[in-house]
Design a protein around this ligand. Structure first.
Ligand SMILES: Nc1ncnc2c1ncn2[C@@H]1O[C@H](COP(=O)(O)OP(=O)(O)O)[C@@H](O)[C@H]1O
Ligand SMILES: [Mg+2]
Length: 262
């Protein structure tokens, strides 16, 4: 992708403010409170991980940030503006790649440009660039079923990035991959993050993954989800798995988070 993109613009537009967000879902036995008074900020171009047990509201929180569901109370602001609907400034990557099997890799990544307008050559150029960036340049004419799980998830990342969103929301995107592929994807994600200059909110239940990737880890309590604690990950970048795993701070933080989550 074009690394010459103006920085000033991408700076402010990646700022997220989550302010007292509460979310309950109606249910026959009474409302299910999924989130209770969640408050935190994410700085432009920061990479924040959210960890917590299954069912604690991580996906709900991400959906509120992305404008996919409205909070029951509180608000989310992106670059100072309240989010009230799905927003083109935000890219989304789900746990399982949501790709159209009859379309090629290239055609899947073109999708965001087809909404409400005709494809222009500049759109194809952006698709080309983003596929290069995620390492799929050579595979653009293949169909999803001809790709491995890791490659399919790269297509999802490319599609989320192609519209140059200020923010990328990732909901356990590598959770279904084997450990080795997941490590490769984590290293790739850090490279892509640097190049695309986006803010990333990354949900995972894997503490090691959260620490490897992020600047800060937000720990959520079990349902109703609240912010239990936020820790700074003071491990220097650039990071490799070998560096991180031989860093004492990694093990100290891992222990601290594990205790906080239980
Ligand atoms: N659409 C929905 N309708 C009703 N309850 C929901 C809905 N989505 C999530 N929940 C409930 O909200 C809680 C949090 O779910 P979720 O955000 O998916 O947690 P996590 O992603 O941390 O596993 C769970 O108890 C879940 O059953
Ligand atoms: Mg979830």
């Amino acid at each position: 992708m074009n690394s010459q993109r103006p920085r000033a613009d991408s700076a402010a537009r990646g700022h997220i403010e989550v302010d007292c967000v509460t979310k309950s879902y109606p249910s026959v036995g009474g409302d299910i409170v999924a989130l209770d008074q969640i408050t935190f900020d994410v700085a432009p171009q920061e990479l924040v991980a959210i960890v917590g047990q299954s069912g604690c509201g991580k996906s709900t929180l991400l959906r509120c940030i992305g404008g996919l569901v409205p909070p029951s109370g509180g608000s989310v602001r992106i670059a100072g503006q309240v989010v009230s609907r799905p927003d083109p400034r935000i890219g989304y990557v789900f746990q399982t790649p949501v790709l159209l099997p009859w379309r090629t890799v290239e055609e899947n990544v073109l999708l965001p440009f087809e909404i409400g307008k005709k494809i222009v050559p500049a759109d194809r150029k952006k698709v080309h660039d983003v596929l290069e960036m995620v390492g799929l340049g050579e595979y653009k004419h293949l169909r999803p079923l001809e790709l491995s799980g890791g490659m399919q998830q790269r297509v999802s990342v490319a599609r989320a990035l192609v519209a140059e969103p200020a923010i990328l929301l990732m909901d356990e995107p590598f959770g279904a991959l084997d450990a080795q592929t997941r490590e490769i994807m984590n290293v790739e994600l850090l490279r892509i993050w640097k190049e695309a200059m986006t803010t990333i909110v990354f949900v995972t239940h894997d503490i090691g993954e959260a620490l490897f990737l992020s600047d800060r880890v937000i720990m959520m309590s079990a349902r109703p989800g609240t912010v239990r604690d936020i820790v700074d990950v003071n491990i220097p970048r650039p990071r490799t798995f070998t560096d991180v795993e031989s860093d004492e701070r990694f093990w100290t933080l891992r222990q601290k988070i594990r205790e906080a989550l239980n």
